[in-house]
Design a protein around this ligand. Structure first.
Ligand code: TYM
Length: 333
């Protein structure tokens, strides 16, 4: 029965802490999908070094992220959770796939354009071939579905293109994956720049899983609303983007519809709405933050879990890589 389940793969970078966008756009779905699918989740530290990292910090953040994912509900009994650099096949397959990816394709990637503008002093080759490493992550596990936020859709598409090209040359080696993008929460916007997505690069507009309740409340109270005179809670992304951002978050956290939310705050104005959204997020994150702290207190248990995860992952990854090496004509050792 297990064998018939479809396979899911997804990853998250340890360059920052989990924020509300990561949670609603991806991690929450990772947890939900465990019931139905064979899930493999990865802390992608190799992707993180495309931007300079402090080594000690990266190690710490990797472990913290691993603990946060467990606290969110990724269950190592049912799913595989591991750290990318522990499974050497990721770097190895990336080389092969680099030879099946075109310069022009990579040049068109939005994230590359954004990141190379942001880190103009370090436009390294890893930043450019980042989507190839990501394609390798997915293809190594023959994943059917990749749960991600909207911003990663283009990367899943190029993964399909690379896999299609490889399969065209060598037969059906890779499963072609589809992106799985949630209906709500796929693109959580920044609280203080509602036309940019929430990300750690805009710290004041970004709410982290590990933020203390008063910090979360402070960020929501300072969230940009709109300078329109009606000051009512109504969903209008074009004209009231700040309010729309908050309604989106409230809808994603509570499961309520836009209509229900508008009715709930009818006649109440932004002064009541902003703290209500903050409270909902505080309560969502409170148990996860507390559980993360407990998990981080037992480093030996975490080590045991990430070692076991790497073992499970590399057994699958090894099979795919051997097949790929054979197909391209590498002499067996
Ligand atoms: P990363 O680490 O930037 O983000 C992790 C996940 O969070 C989603 N996300 C958002 N969703 C909604 N609103 C937002 N504001 C928001 N910000 C981030 C992302 O879409 C992502 O799903 N390249 C990937 C990591 C990766 C990966 C993979 C993903 C590496 N290999 C293989 C899937 C499969 C990344 O940088 O995600």
């Amino acid at each position: 029965m297990e064998e018939n389940r479809k396979r899911i793969f997804s990853g998250i970078q340890p360059s920052g802490k989990i924020h509300l966008g990561n949670y609603l756009g991806a991690v929450r779905n990772w947890v939900q999908l465990q019931d139905e699918y064979d899930c493999i989740y990865c802390v992608v530290d190799e992707h993180a070094i495309t931007v300079r990292q402090d080594p000690a910090e990266l190690r710490r953040k990797t472990l913290e992220l691993f603990a946060q994912l467990l606290a969110c509900g990724v269950d190592p009994e049912r799913s595989t959770l591991f750290v990318q650099s522990h499974v050497t096949q990721h770097a190895e397959i990336a080389w092969v796939l680099n030879c099946f990816t075109m310069f022009g394709e990579l040049s068109r990637m939005t994230q590359f354009k954004d990141k190379s503008a942001k880190h103009a002093d370090n436009v390294n080759a890893g930043l450019f071939t980042y989507p190839v490493l990501m394609a390798g992550d997915i293809l190594l596990y023959q994943a059917d579905l990749v749960p991600v936020g909207e911003d990663q859709k283009q990367h899943v598409e190029i993964c399909r293109d690379i896999a299609t090209r490889f399969n065209y040359n060598y037969g059906d080696v890779f499963t072609l994956p589809d992106a799985y993008i949630p209906k709500v929460g796929a693109r959580v916007m920044s609280l203080n720049q509602p036309d940019s997505k929430m990300s750690k690069s805009i710290p004041e507009g970004c709410v982290y899983l590990m933020d203390k309740p008063d910090e979360i409340m402070r960020k929501f109270k300072r969230a940009i609303t709109d300078s329109d005179t009606e000051r009512c809670v109504r969903y209008d992304r074009a004209n009231k983007p700040g309010v729309a951002t908050l309604i989106d978050i409230y809808a994603a956290v509570t499961g309520k519809s836009y209509e229900a939310i508008e009715a709930e705050f009818e006649g109440k104005g932004y002064g009541a709405f902003k703290p209500a959204v903050g409270e909902a997020v505080v309560e969502l994150f409170r148990p996860i933050r507390e559980r993360t702290e407990e998990l981080l207190a037992d480093k030996a248990q975490l080590q045991q879990l990430y070692r076991a995860g790497a073992e499970k992952a590399s057994a699958i990854a090894g099979r795919t890589l051997r097949k790929v090496y054979k197909k391209v004509g590498f002499l067996e050792r």
